[in-house]
Each structure stands twice: as structure tokens, then as C-alpha cells.
Design a protein around this ligand. Structure first.
Ligand SMILES: *Cc1c(COP(=O)(O)O)cnc(C)c1O
Length: 481
């Protein structure tokens, strides 16, 4: 980089693409060195492995693994999937070889502290109050369940309002919790319709409103800043489901990058009651890493319980005392801790450039699709998810759905140059609001969806677009004369 002038005689090592094998070796060696401190290895024949048996099983595993889709590669431009960063793998492996359980300090004397540290970093990323209380969970589903459970404990019998655009988990978990839930539609831009939420608050006894910062389907960001007024007016709690989009907050809080995202909405999370974010989506982590943060640490009392088994070595808070889950991988905390040391949640370096690259890729692909006569953009991306469909003048909703499905399958089945996409079923009314010229002959319309969450997508936009155009041409009958 031109603007870095090294001191005379000082040559900092250049940044390198990480070698997962090298990092894994370091993790294994570090744990082996630590184990040696406890004396000779202790052996038991019951744990021995027959080499032939292992070889056969291993070969079969490798054979079955061939059936995976290449989540790591930019040609996988479908769902929200990518491998963890090698740094996260090394951190996870090192801790996993020890296998701490972040339920209690007794089971996780080291990784409990790491969890506290990363929760502090995530709370700072959202500018939640410094005293806020949070913990990792094994998923966004569990994190949202905890937020809704806390809401129910604080406001028993009151309803939860969420968007029809929200993740399906909210309606489902309300059912689990025995809480009435009300799904509210979207406004013209595809955001939670806050007028309709207000009407629901007047018509029903509503305790909590769920807003989504980065929907799973289209990556749209509800107007969290405008939702704050609902709390004033109706005394509701505001919960933000930022499982997908939460890390984009760090771009919102930096002047240099704020214009890349709906910054007002992200900044308003700071004033909400609770927020959920999934480090296993945009935090470079392997699955098993969600997080929930409560602005008021007082909610910790709702979790109060006694464990006859575990809380014995310390009077300090055990993470299990503020979590609904019991056993949780300490390795997940170690992996996230190591990752955030190397990729801090900052806009200008660390995670920021990774998020910006995916968003740029989405904008570039969207622009190319908009200019194309083979493809039509469903809506302009707010984050890094692009939705589009094969275009043919006069095609009906059902024809568009069928062509999208054909494109999905044709992409995966092309041996020479495969492309993995995903589909999204859009409600016919929402679709018609954007594409009034399309004759509606079905209750939903299937469009294609590409989650460009890998920064490498930025280097592949042209290839992606060329493949999409070719696939659209192949699956769409020529326009009627
Ligand atoms: C992914 C997601 C969830 C569910 O989280 P899991 O980690 O898959 O359990 C909930 N809400 C939103 C907005 C999501 O994107």
C-alpha cells in the first residue's frame, strides 16, 4: 500500500492469504504443548482405532463430502452460506480440543472471559449501553427466542407484532411461548409498515414490536429509527432482529461508510431494548454462533435459577445463569474472540472492508441486471442480497416463477460452468406493487436470489452476470413476435 512508509530498516511482514493447514497445525501444536505440562499422555486401549477401519470410514466420508455445493466459491451465489475464515477455524479447533462448556466458569475458565469480551465488542458495535447484558447462543433462532421470552416475562399476556417480512422464527417462537403474535405487512418499499403496526397497537394489547435490520429474504432494513416513536406512543418494547444484517451497523457508525447502508435505521438499534446478531452469518464464524444483547442488564433476574451441578468454583456470574441454553461450545467464543482480534468490527479495516465488498458486488450486479433485457431486478439491494428474475415481455407471474425455477436448476446442472442460485417466493401483492405490468395468475411469484456475502464476489460480478444472462436466454422462450 502506497501510504504505508516503513521505518528505515524495518520490514513488517506483508499480509498473506491465510493457509488453513498452517493455522490448524499451530492450533494442534499449541494444545499438545499445553497437554504435555500435565505429564505423560494417558492411554486406554478402548480408545484405540483400527487403521483399516478408519481408512475405510474416512474414504467414505470424503466420498460423501463430494456431494457438497462449493459454498466457498463465488459461483455459489445462492443462499447465506460460506465457510468460516481460517482464523476462526484455528481458534475453534484450539478450544475444541480442550472442549470447554461456556455454561459455567467451572467448565470454561478461559472461554467464558472471551465470551464476555466479544459481547462487549458486539454491544459497542451497536452502541448499546455499556452496561448492557448479552451472551452468545447456538443460533439466531435461540437468540430471538430468548428476546421474545424476556419480552413475555416482562409483559405477560401481551402480543408480539412482527413483519410479514420477518424471519418465520418469530411467529413460530411466539407459538412455543404461548404469546399471541400479529404479522403486519410491508409498505411500498418492502419495509415493515409502521402505520399498520401503530394500528395493531391501538387495536390489540401489544407488548413488543419486532423490527428486522436485514431481512433474510431480500436484506431490506426496516425503519428502526421511525419505530422508536411507537415505544413512546404505545409503551411497547422494541426488539431488533439483526441476525443477518447486524454487522452492517459498523458501516453505519462511520462517517466514511455510512452512506453505504440505511444508516439511520442501524444507528437507532442503540436505543432499542434488545438486538440479535448472528456471527455465523457475517462474522466469519462456523455454525453455532448467535448472540443476543439486552439494553437493561436487569433482565438477568428473569433467568434466575439454581444449578445443583455446576456453579461451584466462583461467585462470579456464570454465563449459564443468563442463558436459556445449558451446554454451549466454549470453542465458539474462542473462535469469535480470535477472529475479532484479527478482523475487528471497524468500518475502515477488519470486518468493514469485507462487508463493503459484498455490498458493492450486489450494487454492481443489480446495475447490470437493470440494464439487461434478459433479466429484471426485483428490487434494488439495500445490503448484499440481489433478487431478480428472467424477463420476457408479457410473461405472467406463473411463467416467471417457472422460468426462475428452470434457471435455478439449469445453473446447478451445467457441468462446465455451474452456478448456484436460490429462489424466493414473493407475495403476489408485494410483487405487483413493483411490477404492475406483470399479469398476476398465482398467489406467489418465485424470483431468484443471490446472497453476495463473500468479498470474492466483487471480483466475479461480470462472470456472474454473463452466466445469468446465458441461463436466462436458455430457459426463457424467445419473445412472441
Ligand atoms: C438467519 C436468521 C434468523 C435465524 O437464525 P439461525 O441462526 O438460522 O437460527 C433469524 N432472523 C433473521 C433475520 C435471520 O436472517
Amino acid at each position: 500500500m502506497a501510504d504505508v512508509t516503513p521505518e528505515p530498516g524495518h520490514h513488517p511482514p506483508a499480509a498473506q492469504p491465510p493457509e488453513v493447514g498452517e493455522l490448524v497445525d499451530r492450533a494442534v501444536a499449541a494444545v499438545a504443548a499445553w497437554e504435555e505440562r500435565f505429564g505423560q499422555p494417558v492411554d486406554h486401549p478402548s480408545l484405540h482405532v483400527d487403521p483399516g477401519r478408519f481408512d475405510a470410514a474416512w474414504r467414505e466420508l470424503v466420498r460423501r463430502m463430494e456431494g457438497n455445493f462449493p459454498f466457498f466459491h463465488p459461483r455459489f451465489a445462492g443462499q447465506m452460506l460460506k465457510p468460516p475464515h481460517p482464523v476462526a477455524v484455528a481458534g475453534y479447533l484450539a478450544a475444541m480440543l480442550v472442549n470447554p462448556n461456556n455454561h459455567a466458569l467451572d467448565g470454561a475458565p478461559v472461554t467464558s472471559g472471551m465470551e464476555r469480551e466479544v459481547m462487549g465488542q458486539l454491544a459497542t458495535m451497536f452502541r448499546m449501553p455499556p452496561a448492557s447484558l448479552g451472551h452468545l447462543t447456538s443460533s439466531g433462532t435461540i437468540a430471538n427466542l430468548e428476546a421474545l421470552w424476556v419480552a413475555r416475562e416482562l409483559q405477560p399476556h401481551k402480543a408480539v407484532v412482527h413483519g410479514a417480512n420477518a424471519h418465520y422464527t418469530h411467529g413460530r417462537m411466539c407459538q412455543v411461548l404461548g404469546v399471541p403474535s400479529i404479522a403486519v405487512g410491508s409498505d411500498k418499499r418492502g419495509h415493515l409498515d409502521l402505520d399498520a403496526v401503530g394500528a395493531a397497537c391501538r387495536a390489540h394489547d401489544v407488548g413488543t414490536v419486532v423490527v428486522t435490520a436485514g431481512t433474510t429474504g431480500l436484506g431490506t432494513v426496516d425503519n428502526v429509527h421511525e419505530a422508536l416513536a411507537l415505544r413512546e406512543r404505545y409503551g411497547v418494547r422494541l426488539h431488533v432482529d439483526a441476525a443477518y444484517g447486524g454487522f452492517f451497523s459498523l458501516l453505519a457508525w462511520d462517517e466514511a461508510t455510512a452512506a453505504q447502508v440505511p444508516a439511520d435505521a442501524f444507528r437507532a438499534i442503540a436505543a432499542c431494548d434488545s438486538v440479535v446478531v448472528d456471527p455465523h452469518k457475517h462474522g466469519l464464524q462456523p455454525y453455532g454462533c448467535g448472540a443476543v444483547i439486552f439494553a437493561d442488564p436487569g433482565v438477568g433476574r428473569l433467568y434466575r435459577h439454581n444449578s445443583p451441578y455446576t456453579y461451584f468454583t466462583s461467585d462470579e456470574l456464570h454465563l449459564g445463569e443468563i442463558s436459556l441454553e445449558c451446554s454451549r461450545a466454549g470453542a465458539a467464543a474462542a473462535a469469535l474472540w480470535l477472529t475479532l482480534q484479527v478482523f475487528p468490527p471497524e468500518a475502515g479495516h477488519g470486518l468493514g472492508p469485507i462487508l463493503s465488498a459484498g455490498r458493492r458486488a450486489a450494487q454492481q450486479l443489480a446495475a447490470a441486471v437493470e440494464a439487461s433485457d434478459r433479466l429484471r431486478l426485483h428490487r434494488w439491494p439495500e445490503l448484499d442480497i440481489v433478487a431478480y428474475f428472467p424477463d420476457r415481455p408479457g410473461a405472467s407471474a406463473a411463467e416467471i416463477s417457472a422460468a426462475s425455477e428452470r434457471m435455478l436448476h439449469a445453473g446447478m446442472q451445467t457441468r462446465a460452468d455451474p452456478l448456484w442460485l436460490s429462489t424466493l417466493k414473493v407475495d403476489a401483492a408485494d410483487f405487483a406493487a413493483r411490477h404492475p405490468d406483470v399479469p398476476l395468475d398465482a398467489p406467489t411469484v418465485t424470483v431468484l436470489r443471490s446472497v453476495l456475502m463473500k468479498p470474492e464476489h466483487e471480483t466475479w460480478v461480470d462472470r456472474l452476470f454473463d452466466r445469468l444472462t446465458a441461463l436466462a436466454a436458455a430457459v426463457t422462450p424467445a419473445a412472441a413476435p
